[in-house]
Design a protein around this ligand. Sequence first.
Ligand code: SER
Ligand code: ZN
Length: 602
Amino acid sequence: MTVQDTQTIFLADYQPPAFLVDHVALEFTLHPTATRVRSTVKFRKNPDSPVTDFFLHGENLNLLSAYINGVAVSPIMTDSGLTCDVPETPFIWQSEVEIDPSANTSLSGLYMSNGMFCTQCEAEGFRRITYYPDRPDVMAPFDVTIHSDLPYALSNGEPLGREGDTSRWQDPWPKPAYLFALVGGTFEIFSDHFTTASGKPVDLNIYVRDGDQDKCAFAMEALKISMAWDEQVYGREYDLSVFNIVAVDDFNMGAMENKGLNIFNSSAVLASAETALDANFERIEAIIAHEYFHNWTGNRITCRDWFQLSLKEGLTVFRDQQFSADVRGADVRRIEDVSALRGRQFREDNGPLAHPVRPESFVEINNFYTATIYEKGAELIRMLKILVGDAAYKTALDLYFDRHDGQACTIEDWLQVFTDTTAQDFSQFKLWYSQAGTPRVTVDESFADGTYCLTLRQSTPPTPGQADKKPMVIPVAIGLLNEDGSEAVPTQLLILTEESQSYSFDGLQGRPIPSLLRGFSAPVILQRSTTKAERLILLAFDTDMFNRYEASRELGRAVLIDMLCNTAAPDPSYSEALLQVLADETLDPAFRAICCALPRPR
Ligand code: SER
Ligand code: ZN
């Protein structure tokens, strides 16, 4: 390990880029062991940066030549790139490098997968392709020329055609280098079309190896539904005449949202009814939607630096969760999403790897593609929407897209659109981005003379580097049930902002059964000792399907523990309650199925 490898990077040290890029032209001559990359980059000094040094990232590159404004230069080479004296006025940097894709086993940069050329540039892979300011806040339009005798050579943006072995692409939308992609290989193509809301035709293609054509139809359908959904729900249209997806066997991530050229791990796109389970189809649909939605939340508006990763990932996960809820049924999706959150993110948050949704430092950004950044990040967006309401959320998002299109943004920019559209103060809410750990909410109750008093207390345990935690903004959706299962108080939102807050509900017929944290309105651990009798009523009658499921899970858990520890016979009240759920044909069959499954970990 070199000193370079262990350098810690701090959010607080952020400096705007010294130079901005107005245009990039890349020319590739593909060869498995000796690919040539010629770049022509138009630079100009960034007036908003105090930094003056010209530095380009570069790793594992063999620099063959470099020119500034057509004059050969000899840059100073460093471990992580190069520096060079440059003019004060805008200038053109040209370089030629040679790289060896066949030797690239890290699958970051340009590499080979079963005879095809493939790239993965997020987060910092572009620096393995050529010398460039490989940081997300440097955005530029890219023109790409590829020389290759392979049948297909693809890159981002619009295809400008192929002559002989030369293919040209032009991406008009400024993008950071991490969204660059190139693919070269032999493929079969599964094609379709989409017409955007404003009438623009889009060619849709899925590139696969021969034999996989019959496994594309589901993903294609999911893509078209995603495109229509983003128009209807977020008012976001696609912005190129072609959208390409390539399936690759060797891929580090599930998929990657490169502009106009999404690259997918084969397992995240290919499926046929003969070989795939329902869960595979659901996963493919969600990943297709996720990558497509990045076109606006990630690509048109990107992250200023990698500390802001959740700006695009949390928001895009939230959007794909909303999409799946609309397409597949909201109740069961919510239950599945919370199970995944508890199973992965709560473990992360409650262990040695706990970190905030926006970390303050990192050594290796690739280690931060975590459940906290993605899934907890999505929960924060969900809470914001609950706190401001659906209409205000939409207004805030419209402003976000209008104000920040074409920019590299921060969590502050994101919260500012909510401040500006609602006139609310989100400074305490922002703690969700900086404090790691899962808050605990404990519950004290009393009942007298028709009045039910509820006290909620919050505390967040210490996590590495964060001993003391401040109280957070926790939206707690609650309803009250009567003993006969009827609803005494329909859903209300309690917003916990202090360490402890009390609420009272009067005019009740008798002691109510609380249905707390309806819809799992906040990513917290709720601590209340709920009796079996209460759970049976919640399972049978709660109007909130999430809490009905919670009741079944907790009952099942108690029954299992009782059977294991006391060798007791299964409690008949539990099985009777489940039989009632099973028999209720007004309930979604998928909901009935998960209620009756063995309880998952909490
Ligand atoms: N940016 C990619 C994604 O989340 C990395 O997996 O879609
Ligand atoms: Zn993503």
